[in-house]
Ligand binder design. Structure first.
Ligand SMILES: Nc1ncnc2c1ncn2[C@@H]1O[C@H](COP(=O)(O)OP(=O)(O)OP(=O)(O)O)[C@@H](O)[C@H]1O
Ligand SMILES: [Mg+2]
Length: 280
């Protein structure tokens, strides 16, 4: 893209001005883009589809709890929309201008996970060649989404409990206490109550996390949401795959309503995407 031009012989002062102008323009464009993304993301309850009574009830709870700083525990089978809810809680809170940071507790082994969460000082363990901040620190004033919380070891559970209770942490191998103001949203598909009985999940942490529990029922228990969800996904994937699909056969919905969707909404979406791609 041409921003300006210079004539020979080059005047250094003029060149500097032109470069400054180009940099300003780039910064403006980036800021503009960020702002546009934010606007699209915000107030995202409308991205959550659901006319069933349980979902309507959920929207009421979300509207009440989102603006507060309460810790929310989102439970539900795989693909029921736990991450979508976590996002909506952040976007509809007063923290929405600060970061929403996600960490999947099942993806990393205990030591790596702790370093990822709390950070480490140089030399804290073999391979810790430099200091590193964990995810809690950049989430300051924002929201930290702890996904798959049922996969935390008991030691890590204790450390997270401390941050929740005191709002303080130390990086691994460090002795400086760092204060953080972070709202936690946690999610799991596991039965934490059963894990408490088996002593694999701390009851005190459970109470702390589930100040407001939000349970997403499996899709088969809210099949009245299937028509709206299906229309939404057909439209989305028709646009994405540039297919001219105006409607689908009513029998499709009948089949969808009878199926039990073990993979829930993610499975419904994947199925529809496949159908859209394969249709001509
Ligand atoms: N009510 C809903 N309306 C629209 N889209 C939804 C809804 N619920 C879930 N989805 C979509 O379904 C997909 C799966 O949702 P999400 O990733 O939030 O599920 P999850 O419960 O976190 O699953 P997992 O346990 O496997 O991580 C996403 O693409 C999400 O946008
Ligand atoms: Mg998820």
């Amino acid at each position: 893209m041409v921003i300006d031009y210079i004539t020979k012989p080059v005047d250094i002062e003029e060149l500097k001005l032109i470069i400054d102008k180009a940099l300003d323009l780039r910064q403006l464009r980036e800021e503009n883009e960020q702002l546009r993304n934010r606007l699209q993301e915000r107030f995202s309850f409308d991205k959550i589809i659901g006319n069933s009574p349980v979902m309507q009830e959920m929207f009421n709870t979300l509207a009440l709890v989102a603006p507060s700083d309460a810790t929310v525990l989102v439970t539900g089978e795989s693909g029921t929309g736990k991450e979508l809810i976590a996002n909506a809680l952040h976007e509809n809170s007063k923290r929405h201008d600060f970061p929403f940071i996600k960490i999947n507790c099942a993806a990393l082994h205990e030591n790596l996970l702790e370093s990822e969460l709390f950070g480490h000082e140089q030399g804290a363990f073999t391979g810790a060649t430099s200091q590193r901040k964990g995810r809690f620190e950049p989430a300051h004033q924002g929201t930290l989404f702890l996904d798959e919380i049922g996969d935390l070891s008991l030691t890590t559970q204790a450390k997270i409990l401390r941050v929740l209770q005191e709002g303080e942490l130390e990086r691994l191998g460090g002795n400086q206490t760092i204060s953080v103001d972070v709202r936690l949203v946690a999610a799991t598909h596991k039965d934490l109550q059963a894990m408490i009985q088996e002593s694999t999940f701390r009851q005190d942490l459970f109470f702390r996390l589930s100040v407001v529990p939000v349970h997403l029922p499996p899709l088969r228990e809210r099949s009245t949401d299937i028509p709206d969800l299906s229309r939404h996904f057909f439209q989305k994937h028709a646009i994405k795959n540039r297919k001219d699909i105006k409607r689908f056969h009513p029998e499709v919905l009948n089949i969808f309503m009878r199926y039990n969707w073990p993979g829930n909404i993610r499975e419904l979406e994947n199925t529809i995407e496949r159908v859209v791609i394969l249709c001509w």
